[in-house]
Design a protein around this ligand. Structure first.
Ligand SMILES: Cc1ncc(C[n+]2csc(CCOP(=O)(O)OP(=O)(O)O)c2C)c(N)n1
Length: 377
């Protein structure tokens, strides 16, 4: 396995000191290392989307003549197709970048269903995009050789190069503790209170990552069944769009989006579309832990964003923020009188139970149970 600081020394030798992207749990130790070292000789910009990351890295190249390193989970590969083909491409601006792509769903390795397809087509997709790639070796000597080759290729062709990163490539790195605001609740505490206050005829759409897993476990524990919930296990950022259309189609039901700050900021444009079509039964709940908690707790940009003002500026009819269980209970007791679309931002601490399970039903079973319940009514 690779020690983060050893790998970084190799990057440094090639003047690869600018990093940006969206985190992936495949290399969360590497993410923590970069975050700790940001400002100490390296730059690490944790951005809101993979597509965006290509823009930042291309800007860095234009300003310095040096390629940036862009990290992402392979689920983000689809998001970079447009800027790779219209910004980096050799026939357009011919801008190099070193992509580090976490290989979820690697064939023959156990993983979650939402990663299977992308895991199978990752290499093909890179080939189609004319991105030369290697699997990042887990021995330092081999990694040194591959990175030297990648750098040489980027210098001579000015084309992007990708390193595919398998699970267990990095040694454990312990993140430095930084002082953080502390709140009353975790995401799971907030979700439990919320779900316990909903009615039998309310519809729930939960975002990707641990939020969906916690919703599933709480419904099991409460013996409520899963028919009211659509757990969007992949497609980060789209729980909101999906829920908004459900709300427009089912005006007699309250529809709750259980969103994350990272997922919302990845698809922040959805706020304007929701505000424009203004479903009068849509409750947009954002569980704001200021982190990409599900991939290791890397900071999102939400600490410098006023989500309440964002919602109101986009024509949400109401928006409030709560930071304690009692404030949350209070807001939930008043939903009858709330004008929608409305946003409820819940400030929580980052982190989750270490024994959190995963849904035991498949995405197709989830969809069928959900549609059985709602599609004919
Ligand atoms: C397009 C895409 N990029 C990255 C990921 C990896 N990923 C899964 S969950 C997650 C973090 C989500 O953060 P947030 O919405 O704030 O929810 P939290 O995990 O904090 O509850 C990330 C980055 C993904 N699934 N899809």
């Amino acid at each position: 396995m690779l020690a983060c600081h050893d790998l970084y020394k190799i990057f440094q030798q090639h003047e690869l000191t600018y990093f940006c992207g969206v985190p992936d749990s495949t290399f969360k130790d590497w993410m923590s290392f970069l975050d700790d070292r940001h400002g100490e000789g390296l730059t690490n910009r944790i951005v809101t989307g993979e597509r965006d990351a290509i823009g930042w890295a291309a800007g860095y190249y234009a300003a310095t003549g040096k390629p940036g390193v862009v990290y992402m989970q392979n689920s983000g590969l689809g998001n970079i197709v447009n800027p790779v083909t219209s910004l980096l491409d050799a026939a357009i601006y011919n801008i190099p970048a070193l992509l580090m792509v976490g290989w979820r769903g690697q064939p023959d390795q156990p993983d979650e269903p939402q990663h299977k397809k992308m895991g199978t087509v990752t290499q093909e997709l890179l080939q189609m995009l004319d991105i030369r790639f290697s699997i990042l070796p887990d021995s330092l000597q081999d990694a040194e050789r591959i990175i030297a080759e990648a750098n040489e290729y980027m210098t001579t062709t000015r084309k992007p190069y990708a390193l595919i990163v398998q699970k267990k490539t990095f040694e454990k790195y312990t993140k430095q503790m930084k002082p953080q605001k502390s709140f009353d609740m975790t995401r799971e505490d907030a979700l439990k209170i919320l779900l316990d206050n909903l009615h039998e005829e309310d519809i729930v759409i939960a975002t990707t990552g641990k939020a969906s897993r916690e919703v599933f476990e709480h419904r099991e524990a409460a013996a409520f069944g899963h028919q009211n919930d659509f757990l969007m296990v992949g497609s980060m950022g789209l729980a909101s769009s999906f829920a908004a259309e459900i709300a427009l189609q089912k005006p007699d039901h309250k529809v709750y989006i259980l969103d994350g700050d990272g997922a919302l900021l990845m698809n922040a444009g959805v706020l304007s579309t929701i505000g424009y079509y203004a479903p009068s039964n849509l409750f947009h709940v954002v569980i704001d832990n200021q982190a990409y908690d599900s991939t290791g707790g890397q900071p999102t940009t939400s600490s410098t964003v006023d989500l309440v003002q964002m919602a109101l500026a986009n024509n949400y009819k109401e928006a409030v923020e709560v930071s304690s269980a009692s404030e949350l209970q209070d807001v939930l007791s008043r939903t009858q009188h709330q004008s929608c679309p409305s946003m409820l931002v819940i400030n929580v601490n980052s982190g989750a139970r270490s024994d959190l399970g995963r849904p035991t039903t498949s995405p197709i079973e989830n969809k069928l149970a959900f549609m059985d319940q709602w599609s004919e009514q």
